[in-house]
Design a protein around this ligand. Structure first.
Ligand SMILES: [Zn+2]
Length: 396
């Protein structure tokens, strides 16, 4: 059973409701009969619970509890429980019938609308949820902050980035949320999404404005820095691109594999590959990442030829065995081997490649989700910035 504690809390609420009914029923025969009905329903509900039939138990409790100011919170809890058990239609009915009650206290009306909006989100009825939440937001009550949180979820799902940014900005004006790092990270990514869209449409300068906005939420955000480097590179500002890429590598060494490609391109454009080699060689002792080694091996190869690259890779692999490094070594050695040895090495290269294809390159450090591609938003736990490259994933 999902949460025994919740059911027994609900039972306690039903019992309390029944006792209250008894107390208020002292003066009237009709009320006394009514409290007797509740008492019977309570036992029916309890029976369902004991028989491990929680859905029927919840239905009975809802029927047993008359809606009044003493029981609304219990109804809200039962509605939320129904939703969590996947009975969204029933949860919607419970919350709608609560809302339909005339003279519902303002704070309960807000809580009910929020719960109904969550039901709608769970059912995929996002436009209805959005309408309801905007209604709560426009009334400027204490519930508007919760409404904003749910609106952000909707706009993120619908990829309405500008609206998601507006809601995030408003939520961040509240001192409770001001320093919430996940909220700020999400807002920075909404700006990055807009920047990438603008880049695809060829609006480089407008994309740069979005990156500035992203840095307003999180200074030095990795994705924003990578996009900014891409913009600078596209505009031919190679030195500025290099500066941004080096900043990513310095502040987030686990992302070094993401910056090496564009760094090599920028240094090549500046015809300054020796400077790139110096940068990599200097960083190798502190970042013995295989991607750095492969980039260096490429540079050695183009400067001194295959033999020098083979020697360089051999040296590295002796210190730190790596499957990716081995594949590169085989690639360099196969053309130099005799026919028979070369076919054996080919087979070995194929086997290692197959092994590598099955290995994940990225992992979410929140839920453990693994993938071959980099996702900024984890598809599993829906958190931003939690997926990171697995440093030297190939070492075995
Ligand atoms: Zn995750």
């Amino acid at each position: 059973m999902e949460s025994l504690g919740i059911y027994f809390l609900l039972l306690a609420a039903v019992i309390a409701g029944w006792i209250l009914g008894r107390l208020t029923a002292v003066g009237g025969a009709h009320k006394a009969r009514h409290s007797k009905d509740i008492f019977e329903d309570y036992f029916v509900g309890l029976n369902y619970l004991l028989n491990d039939e929680p859905d029927e138990a919840i239905d009975t409790f809802i029927k047993a509890l008359e809606i009044n100011s003493d029981t609304i919170e219990t109804h809200l809890a039962l509605g939320a429980l129904l939703r969590r058990r996947g009975k969204v239609d029933k949860a919607i009915k419970v919350h709608q019938s609560l809302l339909a009650r005339p003279g519902l206290d303002k704070s309960f009306s807000d809580s009910t609308r929020l719960q109904l909006a969550i039901d709608y989100i769970s059912a995929g009825l996002l436009d209805r949820a959005e309408r309801l939440l905007n209604e709560v937001l426009s009334e400027d009550s204490a519930s508007k902050w919760d409404a904003l949180r749910h609106l952000i979820t909707i706009y993120q799902t619908e990829k309405e980035w500008e609206k998601a940014i507006s809601c995030s900005k408003l939520l961040l004006t509240n001192s409770t949320y001001k320093r919430e790092s996940e909220l700020r990270a999400a807002a920075a990514h909404y700006c990055c999404e807009l920047a990438e869209r603008l880049l695809d449409e060829g609006h480089d300068n407008k994309a740069r404005e979005q990156i500035k906005r992203a840095f307003g939420f999180v200074r030095g955000n990795v994705r924003a820095s990578l996009i900014l480097a891409r913009i600078e590179q596209r505009l031919g500002n190679f030195k500025s691109a290099i500066k941004n890429l080096i900043m990513v590598r310095t502040n987030n060494p686990e992302f070094v594999s993401q910056v090496l490609g564009p760094l090599a391109e920028c240094y090549e454009q500046l015809q300054n590959l020796p400077e790139f080699e110096k940068l990599l060689t200097n960083s190798l002792p502190e970042e013995p990442d295989v991607s750095v080694v492969l980039a260096l091996s490429d540079l050695v190869k183009s400067r001194e030829g295959d033999e020098a690259a083979i020697e360089f890779l051999n040296d590295y692999l002796m210190k730190k065995p790596s499957l990716i490094g081995l594949v590169e070594l085989l690639r360099l050695q196969i053309p130099k081997a005799g026919t028979e040895v070369s076919s054996n090495l080919n087979l070995l290269q194929q086997m290692v490649n197959n092994l590598l294809r099955k290995k994940p390159a990225y992992q979410c450090n929140h839920c453990g989700y693994e993938s071959r591609s980099l996702y900024w938003l984890c598809p599993s736990c829906q958190k931003w910035d939690k997926i990171k490259p697995i440093v030297d994933a190939s070492v075995s």
